[in-house]
Design a binder for this molecule. Structure first.
Ligand code: HEM
Ligand code: HEM
Length: 242
Protein backbone atom coordinates (compact mmCIF):
# COMPACT_ATOMS: atom_id res chain seq x y z
CA UNK A 1 0.00 0.00 0.00
CA UNK A 2 1.29 3.48 -0.88
CA UNK A 3 2.49 5.65 2.00
CA UNK A 4 0.39 8.76 2.72
CA UNK A 5 1.88 11.91 1.18
CA UNK A 6 3.33 14.22 3.80
CA UNK A 7 2.92 17.96 3.19
CA UNK A 8 6.12 19.00 5.01
CA UNK A 9 8.87 17.63 7.26
CA UNK A 10 6.70 17.75 10.41
CA UNK A 11 5.52 14.17 9.81
CA UNK A 12 1.94 15.38 9.34
CA UNK A 13 -0.11 14.15 6.40
CA UNK A 14 -2.91 16.26 4.87
CA UNK A 15 -5.28 13.93 6.73
CA UNK A 16 -3.46 14.20 10.05
CA UNK A 17 -2.56 17.09 12.31
CA UNK A 18 -0.20 17.38 15.25
CA UNK A 19 -1.98 18.82 18.25
CA UNK A 20 -0.80 19.78 21.72
CA UNK A 21 -2.39 17.51 24.32
CA UNK A 22 -0.50 17.48 27.66
CA UNK A 23 1.16 20.45 29.37
CA UNK A 24 4.70 20.21 30.72
CA UNK A 25 3.72 19.92 34.43
CA UNK A 26 1.50 16.86 33.73
CA UNK A 27 4.29 15.17 31.77
CA UNK A 28 6.91 16.03 34.38
CA UNK A 29 4.56 14.71 37.07
CA UNK A 30 3.96 11.45 35.19
CA UNK A 31 7.54 10.47 34.44
CA UNK A 32 8.87 11.70 37.80
CA UNK A 33 6.20 9.54 39.45
CA UNK A 34 7.23 6.51 37.39
CA UNK A 35 10.92 7.09 38.23
CA UNK A 36 10.16 7.58 41.94
CA UNK A 37 7.99 4.46 42.15
CA UNK A 38 10.67 2.37 40.47
CA UNK A 39 13.20 3.89 42.90
CA UNK A 40 11.03 3.12 45.95
CA UNK A 41 10.54 -0.47 44.77
CA UNK A 42 14.23 -0.97 43.98
CA UNK A 43 15.49 0.63 47.21
CA UNK A 44 13.18 -1.67 49.14
CA UNK A 45 14.69 -4.68 47.36
CA UNK A 46 18.18 -3.37 48.14
CA UNK A 47 17.28 -2.64 51.77
CA UNK A 48 18.17 1.05 51.31
CA UNK A 49 15.50 2.39 53.63
CA UNK A 50 16.70 6.03 53.72
CA UNK A 51 16.54 6.31 49.94
CA UNK A 52 13.24 4.44 50.02
CA UNK A 53 11.84 7.11 52.33
CA UNK A 54 13.16 9.95 50.12
CA UNK A 55 11.54 8.36 47.05
CA UNK A 56 8.32 8.07 49.09
CA UNK A 57 8.40 11.76 50.14
CA UNK A 58 8.96 12.70 46.49
CA UNK A 59 5.90 10.67 45.51
CA UNK A 60 3.85 12.34 48.23
CA UNK A 61 4.81 15.80 46.90
CA UNK A 62 4.02 14.72 43.32
CA UNK A 63 0.58 13.37 44.27
CA UNK A 64 -0.20 16.52 46.26
CA UNK A 65 0.80 18.61 43.26
CA UNK A 66 -1.37 16.56 40.88
CA UNK A 67 -4.42 16.93 43.13
CA UNK A 68 -4.00 20.73 43.15
CA UNK A 69 -3.31 20.78 39.37
CA UNK A 70 -6.51 18.78 38.97
CA UNK A 71 -8.39 21.88 40.18
CA UNK A 72 -6.32 24.82 38.94
CA UNK A 73 -4.30 23.39 36.02
CA UNK A 74 -4.84 23.24 32.26
CA UNK A 75 -8.44 22.48 31.31
CA UNK A 76 -7.79 18.85 30.30
CA UNK A 77 -5.79 18.17 33.50
CA UNK A 78 -8.79 19.08 35.67
CA UNK A 79 -10.76 16.28 37.32
CA UNK A 80 -13.99 17.98 36.27
CA UNK A 81 -12.98 17.56 32.61
CA UNK A 82 -12.38 13.81 32.69
CA UNK A 83 -14.51 12.33 35.48
CA UNK A 84 -17.92 11.36 34.18
CA UNK A 85 -20.78 9.15 35.30
CA UNK A 86 -20.97 5.34 34.89
CA UNK A 87 -23.14 5.60 31.77
CA UNK A 88 -20.46 7.40 29.76
CA UNK A 89 -17.72 5.14 31.14
CA UNK A 90 -19.62 1.99 30.13
CA UNK A 91 -20.61 3.57 26.80
CA UNK A 92 -16.96 4.32 26.08
CA UNK A 93 -15.77 0.88 27.23
CA UNK A 94 -18.28 -0.84 24.94
CA UNK A 95 -16.88 1.11 21.96
CA UNK A 96 -13.22 0.26 22.63
CA UNK A 97 -13.07 -3.05 20.71
CA UNK A 98 -14.49 -1.75 17.41
CA UNK A 99 -14.77 2.03 17.80
CA UNK A 100 -13.33 4.41 15.20
CA UNK A 101 -10.51 6.85 16.04
CA UNK A 102 -13.10 9.64 16.20
CA UNK A 103 -15.18 7.71 18.74
CA UNK A 104 -12.19 6.83 20.93
CA UNK A 105 -10.23 10.10 20.81
CA UNK A 106 -10.58 12.72 23.56
CA UNK A 107 -8.67 15.97 24.02
CA UNK A 108 -7.62 14.57 27.42
CA UNK A 109 -8.27 11.34 29.30
CA UNK A 110 -11.09 9.18 27.95
CA UNK A 111 -13.98 8.39 30.37
CA UNK A 112 -12.51 5.03 31.42
CA UNK A 113 -8.91 6.25 31.60
CA UNK A 114 -10.03 9.23 33.70
CA UNK A 115 -11.20 6.99 36.53
CA UNK A 116 -8.02 4.95 36.25
CA UNK A 117 -6.07 8.17 36.88
CA UNK A 118 -8.01 8.64 40.14
CA UNK A 119 -7.47 4.99 41.16
CA UNK A 120 -3.71 5.32 40.57
CA UNK A 121 -3.48 8.64 42.44
CA UNK A 122 -5.48 7.31 45.41
CA UNK A 123 -3.50 4.05 45.68
CA UNK A 124 -0.12 5.75 45.32
CA UNK A 125 -1.21 8.46 47.79
CA UNK A 126 -2.30 5.82 50.35
CA UNK A 127 1.06 4.06 49.91
CA UNK A 128 3.05 7.24 50.50
CA UNK A 129 0.99 8.38 53.53
CA UNK A 130 0.99 4.92 55.15
CA UNK A 131 4.77 4.85 54.66
CA UNK A 132 5.06 7.87 56.97
CA UNK A 133 3.72 5.60 59.74
CA UNK A 134 5.50 2.38 58.68
CA UNK A 135 8.26 0.69 60.69
CA UNK A 136 10.90 -1.93 60.22
CA UNK A 137 11.92 -3.19 63.63
CA UNK A 138 13.72 -6.44 62.87
CA UNK A 139 17.14 -5.37 61.64
CA UNK A 140 16.90 -1.89 60.08
CA UNK A 141 15.15 -0.33 63.07
CA UNK A 142 13.62 2.39 60.92
CA UNK A 143 10.48 4.33 61.82
CA UNK A 144 8.57 6.51 59.36
CA UNK A 145 8.57 10.18 60.52
CA UNK A 146 5.01 10.09 61.89
CA UNK A 147 5.24 6.81 63.82
CA UNK A 148 6.11 8.71 67.00
CA UNK A 149 2.85 10.67 66.74
CA UNK A 150 0.54 7.69 66.28
CA UNK A 151 -0.81 5.17 68.75
CA UNK A 152 0.66 1.69 68.38
CA UNK A 153 -2.67 0.47 66.94
CA UNK A 154 -2.70 3.17 64.24
CA UNK A 155 0.97 2.50 63.44
CA UNK A 156 0.28 -1.24 63.17
CA UNK A 157 -2.68 -0.68 60.81
CA UNK A 158 -0.68 1.77 58.67
CA UNK A 159 2.18 -0.72 58.48
CA UNK A 160 -0.26 -3.39 57.34
CA UNK A 161 -1.77 -1.00 54.76
CA UNK A 162 1.74 -0.19 53.46
CA UNK A 163 2.53 -3.89 52.94
CA UNK A 164 -0.89 -4.78 51.47
CA UNK A 165 -1.75 -1.76 49.32
CA UNK A 166 1.43 -2.20 47.26
CA UNK A 167 -0.15 -5.30 45.71
CA UNK A 168 -3.12 -3.20 44.53
CA UNK A 169 -0.62 -0.77 43.01
CA UNK A 170 1.05 -3.62 41.11
CA UNK A 171 -2.34 -4.66 39.69
CA UNK A 172 -3.44 -1.10 38.81
CA UNK A 173 -0.09 -0.21 37.20
CA UNK A 174 -0.16 -3.53 35.32
CA UNK A 175 -3.63 -2.73 33.91
CA UNK A 176 -2.57 0.86 33.15
CA UNK A 177 0.54 -0.14 31.20
CA UNK A 178 -1.40 -2.93 29.46
CA UNK A 179 -4.02 -0.35 28.36
CA UNK A 180 -1.33 2.03 27.04
CA UNK A 181 0.29 -0.82 25.07
CA UNK A 182 -3.13 -2.04 23.85
CA UNK A 183 -3.83 1.39 22.32
CA UNK A 184 -0.36 1.42 20.78
CA UNK A 185 -0.32 -2.07 19.29
CA UNK A 186 -3.99 -2.86 18.62
CA UNK A 187 -5.56 0.57 18.07
CA UNK A 188 -2.36 2.11 16.60
CA UNK A 189 -2.81 5.15 18.85
CA UNK A 190 0.41 6.39 20.45
CA UNK A 191 -0.78 7.72 23.82
CA UNK A 192 2.64 7.02 25.33
CA UNK A 193 4.45 9.32 22.89
CA UNK A 194 1.91 12.04 23.70
CA UNK A 195 2.68 11.69 27.43
CA UNK A 196 6.39 12.13 26.55
CA UNK A 197 6.29 15.00 24.03
CA UNK A 198 2.89 16.51 24.88
CA UNK A 199 1.93 16.24 21.21
CA UNK A 200 -0.42 13.79 19.53
CA UNK A 201 -1.18 13.13 15.87
CA UNK A 202 -4.90 13.00 15.13
CA UNK A 203 -7.09 12.94 12.03
CA UNK A 204 -7.39 16.54 10.77
CA UNK A 205 -11.14 16.66 11.39
CA UNK A 206 -10.56 16.05 15.12
CA UNK A 207 -7.90 18.75 15.51
CA UNK A 208 -10.36 21.54 16.32
CA UNK A 209 -11.50 19.86 19.55
CA UNK A 210 -7.89 20.02 20.79
CA UNK A 211 -7.80 23.78 20.12
CA UNK A 212 -10.34 24.23 22.91
CA UNK A 213 -7.83 23.07 25.56
CA UNK A 214 -6.83 26.03 27.74
CA UNK A 215 -3.23 25.55 28.87
CA UNK A 216 -2.04 27.07 32.14
CA UNK A 217 1.46 28.48 32.48
CA UNK A 218 4.03 25.71 33.06
CA UNK A 219 5.81 28.11 35.45
CA UNK A 220 2.71 28.11 37.65
CA UNK A 221 2.75 24.30 37.62
CA UNK A 222 6.43 24.12 38.56
CA UNK A 223 5.88 26.71 41.32
CA UNK A 224 2.99 24.66 42.79
CA UNK A 225 5.12 21.51 42.57
CA UNK A 226 8.00 23.28 44.36
CA UNK A 227 5.62 24.45 47.12
CA UNK A 228 4.32 20.87 47.52
CA UNK A 229 7.94 19.71 47.84
CA UNK A 230 8.62 22.31 50.54
CA UNK A 231 5.43 21.36 52.45
CA UNK A 232 6.33 17.65 52.49
CA UNK A 233 9.96 18.39 53.38
CA UNK A 234 8.77 20.74 56.17
CA UNK A 235 6.39 18.16 57.66
CA UNK A 236 9.03 15.41 57.61
CA UNK A 237 11.76 17.65 59.06
CA UNK A 238 9.49 19.06 61.78
CA UNK A 239 8.24 15.59 62.68
CA UNK A 240 11.78 14.21 62.93
CA UNK A 241 13.00 17.10 65.07
CA UNK A 242 9.92 17.27 67.32
C1 HEM B 1 4.40 5.65 47.27
C2 HEM B 1 5.53 5.57 47.97
C3 HEM B 1 6.04 4.26 48.47
C4 HEM B 1 6.09 3.04 47.86
C5 HEM B 1 5.65 2.69 46.44
C6 HEM B 1 6.62 2.11 48.83
C7 HEM B 1 6.79 0.76 48.60
C8 HEM B 1 7.15 -0.15 49.57
C9 HEM B 1 7.25 -1.57 49.37
C10 HEM B 1 7.01 -2.29 48.05
C11 HEM B 1 7.59 -2.12 50.55
C12 HEM B 1 7.77 -3.61 50.85
C13 HEM B 1 6.45 -4.17 51.27
C14 HEM B 1 6.53 -5.66 51.52
O1 HEM B 1 7.63 -6.22 51.44
O2 HEM B 1 5.48 -6.26 51.81
C15 HEM B 1 7.76 -1.05 51.51
C16 HEM B 1 8.14 -1.23 52.82
C17 HEM B 1 8.42 -0.20 53.68
N1 HEM B 1 8.32 1.15 53.40
FE1 HEM B 1 7.61 1.97 51.71
N2 HEM B 1 6.89 2.77 49.99
C18 HEM B 1 6.58 4.10 49.81
C19 HEM B 1 6.72 5.12 50.72
C20 HEM B 1 7.32 4.98 51.95
C21 HEM B 1 7.59 6.08 52.88
C22 HEM B 1 7.26 7.55 52.63
C23 HEM B 1 8.19 5.53 53.97
C24 HEM B 1 8.70 6.18 55.23
C25 HEM B 1 9.35 7.26 55.27
C26 HEM B 1 8.26 4.10 53.77
C27 HEM B 1 8.76 3.20 54.66
C28 HEM B 1 8.71 1.85 54.52
C29 HEM B 1 9.08 0.91 55.58
C30 HEM B 1 9.59 1.25 56.97
C31 HEM B 1 8.89 -0.37 55.04
C32 HEM B 1 9.12 -1.69 55.75
C33 HEM B 1 10.40 -2.31 55.27
C34 HEM B 1 10.45 -3.76 55.64
O3 HEM B 1 9.52 -4.28 56.26
O4 HEM B 1 11.46 -4.37 55.26
N3 HEM B 1 7.72 3.80 52.52
N4 HEM B 1 7.47 0.14 50.89
C1 HEM C 1 4.57 3.38 38.24
C2 HEM C 1 3.89 3.30 37.16
C3 HEM C 1 2.89 4.32 36.67
C4 HEM C 1 2.00 5.10 37.34
C5 HEM C 1 1.77 5.17 38.85
C6 HEM C 1 1.28 5.87 36.36
C7 HEM C 1 0.29 6.80 36.65
C8 HEM C 1 -0.34 7.59 35.72
C9 HEM C 1 -1.22 8.70 36.02
C10 HEM C 1 -1.60 9.16 37.43
C11 HEM C 1 -1.63 9.23 34.84
C12 HEM C 1 -2.51 10.45 34.65
C13 HEM C 1 -1.62 11.59 34.21
C14 HEM C 1 -2.23 12.94 34.53
O1 HEM C 1 -3.35 13.26 34.10
O2 HEM C 1 -1.58 13.68 35.27
C15 HEM C 1 -1.05 8.45 33.78
C16 HEM C 1 -1.25 8.66 32.43
C17 HEM C 1 -0.64 7.93 31.44
N1 HEM C 1 0.33 6.97 31.61
FE1 HEM C 1 1.03 6.27 33.35
N2 HEM C 1 1.74 5.56 35.11
C18 HEM C 1 2.74 4.62 35.27
C19 HEM C 1 3.50 4.06 34.29
C20 HEM C 1 3.30 4.24 32.95
C21 HEM C 1 4.06 3.63 31.90
C22 HEM C 1 5.24 2.66 32.12
C23 HEM C 1 3.54 4.04 30.72
C24 HEM C 1 3.95 3.67 29.33
C25 HEM C 1 4.01 2.43 28.91
C26 HEM C 1 2.45 4.93 31.02
C27 HEM C 1 1.66 5.56 30.10
C28 HEM C 1 0.70 6.51 30.37
C29 HEM C 1 -0.07 7.19 29.36
C30 HEM C 1 0.01 6.95 27.86
C31 HEM C 1 -0.91 8.08 30.02
C32 HEM C 1 -1.96 9.00 29.37
C33 HEM C 1 -3.21 8.21 29.16
C34 HEM C 1 -4.22 9.00 28.36
O3 HEM C 1 -3.90 9.44 27.24
O4 HEM C 1 -5.35 9.19 28.86
N3 HEM C 1 2.32 5.05 32.38
N4 HEM C 1 -0.26 7.49 34.34
Amino acid sequence: MAEPITDDKSGETPAEKKVKLWDFPVRLFHWALVAAIITSWWTNQQVMIDLHAIAGYTILALVLFRIIWGFVGSSNARFSSFLTGPKRVLGYASKVPKGSVAELTYAGHNPAGGWMVVVLLVLVGIQAVSGLFASEDTFLFFDGPLVAYASSDVARIMNWIHHTNINLIYVAVGLHVFAALFYLVVKRENLIGAMVTGVRKVPAELATSFQTIRFKSPVLGIAILAICGVIVWGIVTLARSG
